[in-house]
Design a protein around this ligand. Sequence first.
Ligand code: HEM
Length: 393
Amino acid sequence: MTRAVPIVADIAYHDLLDDPYPIFRRLRATAPAVYVEAAKLTLVTRFADIAAIERDPATYSADNPTSLVNKVMGPTFMRKDGAEHTIGRKAIEPSFRPATIKDHWAPKFTVICERLVRDLAEAGEADLFTALAAPMASLALMEMIGFEPMPWQRLAEWSQALIDGAGNYAGDPEVERKAMQAGADVDAAIEAVLDRHRESPNPTILSSMVNADPPMPIEAIRANIKVIIGGGLNEPRDAILTLVLGLLANPAQKQNVLAQPELWPAALEEAVRWISPIGMYPRRATRTVELSGVTLPQDLQIGLCVGAANRDDQRFPDPDSFDISRPKQSHLAFGAGPHFCAGTWVSRLTVGRIVGPMLFERLRNLRLRDEAPPIVRGWVFRGPVSLPVRWDA
Ligand code: HEM
């Protein structure tokens, strides 16, 4: 016998933002799907359920006609299913090929990281959010998209304004105005470079889009670039910071990685499992369906809490610990199924093989500052918002 989705009304939104993990634990123990009033959404938190959902895209659609993403950014393939999704995904694929990542992006991202670390080295202390992770993620994404060079802060501001607009369920007019302005600025930045990419094909995402067969229509280019700006900047930034935090807070593991650099990839995977940069993303039930004994009515919006699934003790023993030596076990930080993150391999390389190793090699004796502890926030997106550190200048 199946039952209706239970409702939980006693969770405060600020508790979800501060530390969602005790709440996720409670939701996992309560039911496969729970309506959380504070989030105004039905949340799925168990690993096995999310993995099963992502194996069945016909029942659990990424398409949501009422989504603010469509309003703020336009129609994007990331919120489509089937052929419409596949066409868009295939169009950007050349920019994300393993050989392109290795031969084209890795050298460029190494240069960006070297410059940022060199500028930092003398200072002896910094907040790695603004001094390293945010500019690194922004400058790398700017190159990948194929924009003209601009201050890293500008792309970061567009990204934040678009994310805020896509989450503006309260309808705040100022948030909407800023999102629309950012959208117009992005359209102008695309316009400024599109002919160049059309005439001289190259590995950038804009070039892949405009030279695809058939070429991506301009409205779709605009929408998809906005989603990539909204979704391709925070995550690598937060992955860098979480990786550094995990290692600095666990000095024995840090020593192991420094002594055995081949452990870096495992450290990156553990970082994004431990604090997943995207904690939740949405799906919609296309028909009334039973999920592990709970009935989800047709058209119900659900939030897949991969940040909760990645701490499910049915899958990961001692899930709250950061432990780079845990047995290899796939996680859901990059999603799963047809919408599996297109940026997975480029992020693994940038964060796990370039930024992490370079930071610990060049900023000697890197350590946390006892008097200024790190601050980690968020549940839909989660990561350190401040990571003050010190090193031997
Ligand atoms: C550590 C870094 C990253 C993490 C943890 C991450 C996580 C994710 C997740 C969970 C999804 C699935 C969302 C959904 O199904 O609704 C996703 C999708 C996507 N990501 Fe990432 N991401 C990262 C970096 C990047 C970067 C750097 C880029 C681009 C340069 C990127 C581009 C994309 C795209 C295009 C999709 C949509 C794929 C599709 O719908 O087919 N990601 N990402």
